[in-house]
Design a protein around this ligand. Structure first.
Ligand SMILES: Nc1ncnc2c1ncn2[C@@H]1O[C@H](COP(=O)(O)OP(=O)(O)OP(=O)(O)O)[C@@H](O)[C@H]1O
Ligand SMILES: [Mg+2]
Length: 232
């Protein structure tokens, strides 16, 4: 799915000051493939992800998915759009504590109307793929941090969303586990033909992706791998 941001601006206001975090940003993401968002703390990476995921509205400008301007949707339409098109993976994964790994992954499918049997079968296959074949019946509290994060990844990808937004998905894991999980995300991204947008502090990973958006306090630098570099 083609995602474009056009003249995207986000300001936060408190009582006595205004902070422009994203300032008139215009560029397109690739239809499929992988994109890294990098930059120092506080430069607006999470803010951009929230705008891309229709979790927050821009101060001006818009985000388009294909022909749909998601910034102009009503909040119920936005929720429906998110459920159909976007998988979210965040640093803190918010698994449901009273449900097993398998149930956590299957739940979004069942809520979207899939039969329980089919949902469990598809979820089980994805849990096998992320290396949790023997952990399906465990509760989140019975899993390690990295295992919980892999459940969260399976849950985000199980409905095969066209777009996957990952905000520091491995930020709280050791280096080796983090790089395993990143490799897995890229592998599934290629298999599913989706667009993966990942916030990362790992510059080596960023360099290996199709596009890099580097956030700076004054604006963003967009580097496309086909050789076109653009200041946005
Ligand atoms: N709801 C809010 N109200 C006011 N200011 C906010 C709000 N959310 C974020 N900010 C400010 O906007 C700026 C960008 O925040 P953001 O969370 O997007 O940064 P980030 O690049 O994701 O940083 P990090 O690497 O630390 O996660 C920061 O200065 C932050 O304090
Ligand atoms: Mg952040």
């Amino acid at each position: 799915m083609r995602i474009e941001v056009e003249k995207l601006t986000k300001r936060y206001r408190d009582a006595d000051r205004e902070l422009t975090v994203i300032d008139n940003l215009s560029f397109s993401f690739p239809d499929r493939g992988s994109v890294a968002i990098i930059g120092r703390s506080g430069t607006g990476k999470s803010t951009l992800m929230h705008l891309l995921g229709a979790l927050d509205s821009p101060s001006s400008g818009c985000v388009r998915y294909g022909d749909t301007n998601i910034s102009s949707l009503r909040s119920d339409e936005r929720a429906a759009f998110r459920a159909r098109n976007i998988g979210f993976i965040f640093q803190f994964h918010h698994l449901l504590p009273e449900f097993t790994a398998l149930e956590n992954v299957a739940l979004p499918l069942i809520m979207s109307g899939m039969s329980e049997g089919e949902a469990q079968e598809r979820s089980g296959a994805l849990l096998d793929k992320v290396g949790l074949a023997s952990r399906k019946e465990h509760l989140p509290s019975q899993l390690s941090g990295g295992e919980q994060q892999r459940v969260a990844i399976a849950r985000a990808l199980v409905a095969r969303p066209a777009v996957v937004l990952a905000d520091e998905p491995t930020g709280n894991l050791d280096v080796a586990t983090a790089s395993d999980i990143q490799r897995l995300l890229l592998e599934i991204n290629r298999e599913q033909g989706s667009t993966l947008i990942i916030v990362t502090h790992n510059h080596e990973l960023a360099r290996s992706l199709d596009m890099v958006v580097e956030m700076h306090p004054g604006g963003a630098l967009v580097v496309q791998r086909d050789g076109r570099g653009a200041n946005a």
